[in-house]
Design a protein around this ligand. Structure first.
Ligand code: SAM
Length: 280
């Protein structure tokens, strides 16, 4: 018994199934079920929601999500060694856990879930930002999900919630704040994980807004901010010159000084620029 459910403690699960952590899969496990239940609680009211979890591993967060009342959890795991341990959780919560074996970057998760949908995950660090950008950039809004509650390295979490002018401000902040609200809800020291990573972590909670703060084409905005911050010390007329032959005029039409650097430009101006570029 573990305190939150009738299943064995995670150290026993890991030992029984031989789940030694693999660095190549970003495996830093959370073994404290009180902590995983706390993360699940920070995702909001899960009752009546389907929850998407990426990378359940031995299932600590999965158990937290189920114990906190998620209607169903759909969990995508790449490491097949974890499947027997996850199967035991599925048996303890009949009909409420679907485990999909595979790569989260390749799987059409939406086909497995019914709304309302929340996403909650202790993400593998090597695919975390790619998944976040995909969740933030569907062409139509509101998205299929209501909220994302995600563990990142602290430095990445700071980039998601950063304000213009700060060192951390860039593509992630712009995409997260364009159509959603993002805040850091929990800090976790490296020692909370087994094995401990080199850096501290934080949980970010992202809530989808009903509509974007400013209109813009999703793909165009994503591309333009990626290029602008890829060379963040350069003037925008130079870092964005590949976007249009008359880029200076486009920048001016969007209300941006062509000699400005990306980190000083607001979300509203970047959205205006993405609209001007689309109109060409
Ligand atoms: N959720 C568990 C926990 O909190 O203890 C494990 C988190 S661990 C940081 C990341 C998990 O993601 C590992 O179980 C790893 O095998 C899995 N993973 C890595 N790459 C993946 C991918 N592309 N698709 C799905 N799962 C992946």
């Amino acid at each position: 018994m573990s305190g939150i459910d009738s299943l064995p403690p995670l150290r026993e699960v890991i030992a029984e199934h031989g789940l030694s952590a693999r660095k190549s899969l970003g495996q830093n496990f959370l073994l404290d079920l009180n902590l995983t239940a706390k993360i699940a609680r920070s995702a909001g009211d899960l009752t009546g929601c389907d929850v998407l979890e990426i990378g359940p591993g031995p299932g600590g967060l999965t158990r937290g999500l189920l114990a906190m009342g998620a209607r169903r959890v759909v969990a995508i795991e790449k490491d097949t060694r974890c499947l027997p341990a996850l199967q035991e959780i599925a048996e303890a919560y009949p009909g409420r856990l679907e485990v999909i074996s595979g790569d989260a970057l390749q799987i059409d998760w939406a086909a497995h879930l019914n709304g309302p949908i929340r996403v909650c995950a202790n993400l593998p660090y090597n695919v975390g930002t790619e998944l976040l950008v995909r969740w933030l950039t569907p062409e139509t809004w509101p998205p299929l999900w209501q909220s994302l509650t995600l563990m990142f390295q602290r430095e990445v979490a700071e980039r998601i919630v950063a304000s213009p002018g700060s060192k951390a401000y860039g593509r992630l902040a712009l995409l997260a704040q364009w159509r959603a609200e993002a805040r850091i809800v929990m800090d976790l020291p490296a020692r909370a994980f087994t094995p401990p990573p080199k850096v501290n972590s934080a949980v970010v909670h992202v809530t989808a807004l009903p509509e974007p703060r400013f209109p813009a084409p999703a793909e165009g905005l994503s591309k333009v901010v990626a290029a602008a911050f890829n060379q963040r010390r350069k003037m925008l007329r130079s870092s964005l010159k590949g976007f249009a032959p008359e880029i200076e005029a486009k920048l001016e039409a969007a209300g941006i000084d062509p000699t400005a650097r990306a980190e000083t430009v607001s979300l509203e101006r970047f959205c205006a620029l993405a609209r001007c570029l689309k109109a060409t």
